[in-house]
Design a protein around this ligand. Structure first.
Ligand code: NAD
Length: 329
């Protein structure tokens, strides 16, 4: 049995689908945090929820009772936990630093405590490229310790990694922390730029461009991320690792908008705005370690990923439903 926290979210729901397809029994945990609509998250799990090997627990990982309930359900059958539940998003974290640390650090500590007392299942944690912050030495490598986070979200993820390192050394837990680089694709979180821009372009609304459009992101397609998670679930060569999962290519904000415009066949209206606090100028992953330890390489180039995203939006429309990300105003 595999426990997936944040199972109803963007990445979590893709991972659940993949694990079910691979023949696993999956227990999902999600509290349907109101960051974006619960309806969107239920839609993410539409297929999985009909599957006989899937069960979902609607509960908050920060509540101690949640773990008491999970202990009863899992008994000693849990061999791996993939921890994706979090308060996500850089900019919203600036308004709620304590809430972000409560979920992302204290919530993770509850999970690690649970694992420690229930058979030490292998743990895979979702960390983030944001921990590198404004470090200008790119591409970013995991052994560069000059981490300069600039948002409460980023510091909560870095604190989570450090807590995990302690659990691995003090209690002998086996933990892999994966630093995801801007993940996109079908079901992308509606607050993230690609989903938001596509939604606004299709509605004929202006696209907010913060700064001069030169910021660069290492966009990583969700199927590649899921493949990296699955490989990390099998990793057992050392007790603790931090591993980047990125596309190892950077795309500027301007290039991202141009690709969307090209794939969607829409001439976008741009609204130029000042740079945002918490936004870093660039993200860029060195993926040597992921390749060496996990045998992982990203397979999806940016234009192909955007085409896959558009065809998912089109399918949702053909089925008469709004794409989940379009449920958000
Ligand atoms: P998401 O918001 O779609 O999924 C997170 C899920 O966690 C949500 O369904 C939410 O309801 C759930 N959740 C939040 N708080 C909870 C709690 N207290 N108890 C139980 N469930 C809770 O986000 P995502 O984009 O799928 O991100 C998944 C993970 O990957 C997160 O840890 C995020 O920080 C990390 N990450 C994502 C990206 C990205 O670009 N999407 C990049 C770097 C890291």
């Amino acid at each position: 049995m595999i426990l997936v926290t944040g199972a109803a979210g963007f990445i979590g729901s893709h991972l659940v689908d993949r694990l079910l397809a691979d023949g696993h029994e999956v227990l999902g945990l999600d509290d349907f945090d109101p960051f974006y609509p619960a309806e969107t998250k239920r839609e993410n799990l539409r297929d999985a929820s009909k599957h006989p090997r899937f069960r979902l627990i609607d509960a908050d990982l920060c509540e101690p009772e949640t773990w008491t309930d999970l202990a009863e359900i899992l008994e000693s059958r849990c061999r791996c936990i993939v921890h994706l539940a979090a308060k996500a998003g850089v900019r919203p974290s600036l308004a709620d630093p304590i809430g972000y640390h409560a979920t992302n650090l204290t919530g993770t500590l509850r999970l690690l405590e649970f694992a420690r007392h229930h058979g030490n299942p292998h743990v895979v944690l979702a960390s983030s490229s944001s921990v590198y912050g404004v470090n200008s030495r790119v591409p970013w490598r995991e052994d560069d310790h000059d981490l300069q986070p600039i948002s409460p979200y980023a510091s909560s993820k870095l604190a989570m990694e450090q807590a995990a390192r302690v659990y691995a050394s003090a209690y002998g837990q086996r933990i892999v922390a994966l630093r995801f680089f801007t993940v996109y694709g079908p079901r992308q979180r509606p607050d993230l730029a690609i989903a938001k821009f596509a939604r606004r372009m299709r509605a004929g609304l202006p696209i907010p461009v913060f700064g001069d459009g030169s910021t660069r992101r290492d966009y990583t397609f969700v199927d590649d991320i899921v493949d990296g998670i699955v490989r990390a679930m099998r990793y057992d060569a050392s007790p603790f690792e931090v591993i980047n999962l990125g596309n190892h290519r950077t795309v500027s904000l301007r290039e991202m908008i141009d690709t969307l415009a090209d794939v969607f066949g829409i001439d976008p209206i741009l609204e130029e705005l000042p740079p945002q606090t918490g936004d870093v100028p660039q993200t860029w992953a060195d993926v040597t370690r992921a390749s060496r330890l996990l045998g992982w390489k990203p397979k999806t180039d940016f234009a192909s990923g955007i085409r896959a995203y558009k065809s998912w939006l089109d399918t949702c429309r053909e089925q008469g439903a709004k794409a989940p990300s379009e449920l958000v105003p």
